[in-house]
Design a binder for this molecule. Structure first.
Ligand code: BTN
Length: 265
């Protein structure tokens, strides 16, 4: 049995900041909601909340996040990095990189990123990141970075799918130990987190894993759908889309549909 408990994880973790404070639940409404509450009560940088089951797991753009018991890694990190609010995406990039490294180490799989926050295995979504920002006046107070990964999930059990889904088990052809995966991800995040506070940006490394660049895309934003070639990402993580009339559009947040194959740029 895949034992994902606070004592088991604490024994395994060799980190400086991330996961030094841990809460692990069999069931909770949402690990992001719990971490938000703790952040408002002054909980420390690096706190991690994990759950086996969420009754109200939240995805991006008001969607819900589904995961059956024992199938997934569902966790939220409370971070208090010395960043400006517009640099918050750096923390999301860093956690996505941590997920890719953990997946590589433990499952032996090369996952990639679909802008802005999806973790892909081939063309299937294997995970997602939801970052929520807490401000104090105009300063960044805290970030909650929530991550959901389909580890041993039977993809066929998911309903209401908007895009193809994948799981690490389906990719690797074997079950993946969630405890080892969780420790590897948190260690990979921790190793980069100190550097973030020193002014380093994960942008270049994150950019190198973006599956979206060079492809024809349709980006749904609350206002409109922007179509064109995803040319690049800027330092704050915004997507630069070259539209058919030649204009370059900066998209801060949205939902990408990849249209067809890579376009050479
Ligand atoms: C997405 O829409 O792709 C992001 C999904 C993020 C889901 C995770 S699961 C753990 C954490 N708690 C939540 O309620 N949501 C995030």
């Amino acid at each position: 049995m895949d034992e994902l408990t606070a004592p088991a994880l604490a024994t395994r973790l060799h980190t400086r900041v991330i996961g030094r404070h841990l809460e692990v639940y069999d069931e909770i409404d949402s690990t992001n909601s719990r971490a938000l509450l703790l952040a408002r009560q002054g909980a420390p940088d690096g706190l991690v909340v994990l759950a086996d089951v969420q009754t109200a797991g939240r995805g991006r753009l008001g969607r819900r996040w589904q995961a059956s018991p024992g199938s997934s890694l569902l966790m939220s990190l409370l971070l208090r990095p010395p960043l400006e609010p517009q640099q918050a995406m750096r923390a999301t990039m860093l956690c996505a990189l941590g997920a890719l490294e953990g997946i590589r180490r433990i499952a032996g799989l090369e996952a990639r990123v679909k802008w802005p926050n999806d973790i892909l295995l081939g063309e299937g979504k294997v995970g997602g990141v939801l970052t929520e920002v807490g401000l104090r006046g105009r300063r960044l107070d805290y970030l909650i970075v929530g991550m959901g990964l389909n580890v041993n999930l039977e993809v066929a059990s998911l309903t209401d799918l908007l895009a193809p889904a994948a799981s690490l088990k389906s990719g690797a052809g074997r079950s993946i130990a969630r405890l080892a995966l969780c420790a590897a991800i948190l260690e990979a995040i921790d190793a980069r987190y100190t550097r973030l506070g020193e002014g380093w940006s994960p942008h270049e490394e994150w950019r190198s894993y973006l599956d979206t660049l060079g492809r024809q895309v349709a980006v749904g934003t609350p206002e409109e759908v922007i179509e064109g070639v995803a040319e690049d990402v800027d330092a704050d993580g915004a997507l630069l889309v070259r539209q058919e009339d030649g204009t370059l559009c900066t998209v801060l947040a949205g939902d990408v549909t990849l249209r067809g194959h890579r376009v050479e740029t």
